[in-house]
Design a protein. Structure first.
Length: 764
């Protein structure tokens, strides 16, 4: 900061060169008064922060002149104010800037010619006088009046939002949700923002609440902190519940509100049915037992999953019973294939049980069992068949990539046959199977409208959280046979719960763990190293041709350069892979030089440096970029983790068109925060996906994230090539660190209580 007294620059905004919706950073081209001397050129580049700004507005900036090495002389404003224009030229430009729908340069000039210096006053207070403008019809006048009023409200909302650090993009969502009374609604209860608007947390809502006079010890604030703490536990740690004392202490740390007040707030939240308490009382020795506190939605989901597993397990099938052993012999003869003992056991349980689980790592034959199930159930005929004459098999997985891989692994790249004994269609995502209905804001298929099918096989079930499990199982008919397939050694679901692990742990569902590796061809190390990692053993590396490599690189900056070189040059040259579609970079975390945020910037610069683009929140999205969806967007039929490619940029409304599996989806400026670049992604986000090649970055920078299941998940994402780059210490630490925090859930206990656990119910 200069010690000199600040200077002042005033002028008219000629153009908005850049505006960051997140932080208000703005670059303006400002037309200065003619008497202002600046190298004989009456305009200047002004850089500062503005809440909302349009062309034609008058700007007053306080700051200092600086000389930027790249952009030259510019005015760096410490304070930047924009007001409605005063000059006729400014008013005309302001009206023609696109701010008012239906008003372009020609009509703007006619309006200003008609009213002169009174133009802004007429639009604000005497809009009926617009009929004095030549060639301006009634319909057009109404459109201008409505747009002017809407813009006035929008501007007030934007200024309000950016005062409290809410970006224009998020404020647009708020106005869309709450309407023209958004500011009044927020002031009455700022904590609604946490519940209603994705991307706005307690900190922002709390800042607004305190600034509008809500007391620090307000019951409203105390109750909001209870729900926020529970949501944080669910989102950050995957817990379904937390102990009451832990909850109150955590909320106290966040707010400073006494635990006694928070305890009362908890009781109010329970009475309002937002949270649920379970347990309590005393043990056999008279010692108090802690209470478990749930968000109501998670408590309901946990209970519903246990109830649905019980109902499905105990209900009769739609088709007559058949001899599972004979069916297995038929399939082996037909295929000319002899199953291993554990594979046969898994197939027998899944044929004879209403609800069963198949688990195990890569290469142990899970796909073989699923293929056998599809073909065996598809061949059921005669007295054993259901009312439709044959058994209908439904296949689904949590993500699009997982569903596509499931289809290809069962039917091959040609897909399911159009006729013949196979009764299954191609696999779909669980969300598309359930079909979201925007009109009702819920899934089409639910407890009142069950799915059609006799056998449901779900893959990659380690990714299914408790909420999705509840929605899914509610839609499955009682008569269905359900097979849950997954790998318990992978990372747990991103959302709360540990459904696959709890189903197995309960002992209430027949389960088989496959552990014999079948895909051990001499050149293949991906599968072997995945099992080495899972067993806590060192990885194998061979010289010469292989599908698994380790590149040692100590310096982070050098490591970054090597990653770019591997993706853009060496892997395409050696393996003939397309870096834009076949190679995925994985990192344990987002931050630091070797985090996904920086990796994406550098990979974009190397792979897709030119073309039409727009920038939002510091991220530039360019035509051709690979991007990932960050949340479930049911209205668009795009879900968390879906990957697509930017196909078009619209500069007029600052929107993108992104193609997901060839299907175009539009993202407006208020929705771009749902997208991130996906040249690199976190290992957590890669779950359920498989890529021709993965480049896994593991460095001491990632120290806090290094876990055995993290490395195991990363390695198993590669189909033809897995390449680790980093330091041996990081790899060894990941292998040796197996202290995975157990999630707080009660599903296993509910299942055991509901279905019983006689001799572990077939668990093996």
């Amino acid at each position: 900061m200069s010690d000199e007294a600040p200077e002042t620059v005033e002028g008219t905004v000629k153009s908005v060169v850049y505006h960051n919706d997140e932080n208000g950073y703005t670059v303006l081209r400002v037309e200065l008064p003619s008497e202002f001397e600046l190298a004989a050129k009456p305009e200047a580049m002004v850089v500062g922060k503005a809440r909302a700004v349009w062309e034609g507005e008058e700007v007053k900036a306080e700051g200092h002149w600086v000389t930027d090495k790249v952009h030259g002389r510019q005015f760096k404003a410490d304070k930047l104010e924009c007001v409605a224009p005063r000059s006729l030229k400014g008013v005309e430009k302001y009206l023609a800037s696109g701010l008012i729908k239906g008003v372009g340069p020609v009509l703007a000039k006619r309006i200003v010619d008609t009213f002169g210096e009174q133009t802004m006053h007429v639009l604000q207070y005497q809009s009926a006088r617009l009929r004095e403008v030549p060639k301006l019809g009634r319909a057009k006048i109404e459109k201008i009046r409505a747009s002017w009023k809407q813009n006035e409200t929008l501007r007030e909302n934007m200024i309000f939002g950016q005062t409290y650090g809410i970006s224009i993009a998020k404020m647009t969502k708020i106005v869309k949700r709450y309407g023209p009374d958004a500011i009044a609604i927020i002031k009455a209860d700022p904590y609604r923002l946490c519940r209603d608007i994705w991307g706005i947390g307690f900190t922002t809502a709390d800042k607004i609440a305190l600034s509008v006079g809500i007391p620090k010890d307000s019951p409203l604030r105390a109750r909001a902190s209870i729900s926020y703490t529970l949501e944080t536990e669910a989102e950050d740690s995957g817990h379904c519940w937390t102990f009451e004392n832990d909850l109150l202490l955590h909320a106290n740390e966040i707010t400073g509100i006494p635990t006694e007040t928070l305890s009362s707030a908890l009781s109010e939240e329970v009475a309002a049915c937002r949270v649920v308490c379970e347990g309590g009382g005393v043990d056999a020795a008279g010692a108090p037992l802690p209470r478990k506190v749930y968000l109501r939605s998670l408590h309901r989901a946990e209970r519903e999953v246990a109830e649905r597993v019980r109902a499905i397990s105990s209900a009769p099938r739609t088709f007559a019973a058949f001899d599972a052993q004979r069916a297995i012999e038929w399939w082996q003869t037909r295929r000319g294939f002899v199953l291993a003992e554990r594979q046969r056991e898994a197939l027998e349980k899944s044929l004879s049980s209403k609800f069963s689980i198949i688990t195990g790592g890569p290469g142990v034959g899970k796909t073989t069992i699923v293929r056998a199930l599809v073909e065996t159930y598809g061949a059921v005929r005669g007295n054993a068949a259901g009312p439709r004459g044959k058994v209908k098999v439904v296949l689904a997985a949590p993500t699009g990539r997982a569903a596509k891989r499931m289809t290809e692994s069962i039917f091959g790249e040609q897909g399911p046959p159009s006729s013949g004994p196979n009764a299954a269609k191609e696999a779909v995502t669980i969300h598309r199977l359930l079909k979201w209905n925007p009109a009702t804001n819920k899934f089409t298929f639910d407890a009142d409208n069950r799915l059609d099918g006799d056998v449901f096989i779900f893959d990659e079930t380690s990714m299914i959280d408790i909420r999705l499990a509840s929605d899914l199982l509610k839609a499955v008919p009682d008569s269905a046979t359900v097979v849950w397939v997954g790998d318990t050694d992978q990372l747990p679901s991103v959302g709360p719960g540990s459904v696959l692990g709890d189903l197995i742990k309960s002992g209430a569902v027949p389960s088989t763990r496959l552990d014999l590796i079948f895909r051990q061809d001499e050149a293949g190390l991906i599968v072997k190293n995945a099992h080495h990692v899972n067993a806590g053993e060192p990885i194998e590396v061979r010289s010469g041709e292989s599908d698994f490599y380790f590149v040692r690189c100590e310096d982070p900056a050098t490591c970054l350069k090597r990653v770019i070189e591997l993706v853009t040059e060496r892997i395409p040259r050696k393996f003939g892979m397309d870096p834009m579609h076949d190679v995925q970079v994985l990192s344990p975390m987002r931050r630091n030089v070797l985090g996904t945020d920086n990796l994406n910037v550098e990979l974009q610069r190397a792979l897709n440096p030119k073309g039409d683009s727009i920038t939002r929140g510091g991220t530039t999205f360019r035509v051709g970029d690979r991007v990932m969806q960050l949340r479930n967007s049911y209205d668009r039929d795009v879900f968390n983790g879906d990957v697509g490619f930017v196909k078009a940029v619209n500069y007029d409304d600052r929107s993108l068109i992104v193609a997901f599996d060839g299907r175009p989806v539009k993202y407006g400026p208020g929705e771009l925060d749902e997208l991130v670049l996906a040249y690199a992604t976190t290992i957590h986000k890669s779950q359920g996906s498989e890529y021709p090649a993965v480049v896994v970055v593991l460095h001491s920078q990632h120290y806090m994230m290094l876990q055995r299941n993290l490395l195991y998940t990363a390695i198993t994402r590669g189909r033809r090539l897995a390449l680790l780059i980093g330091v041996p210490y990081a790899v060894n630490r990941a292998i040796q660190t197996n202290t995975v925090a157990e999630r707080r859930t009660s599903l296993a206990d509910r299942l055991a209580a509901s279905l019983g656990n006689p001799e572990q119910k077939g668990v093996s």
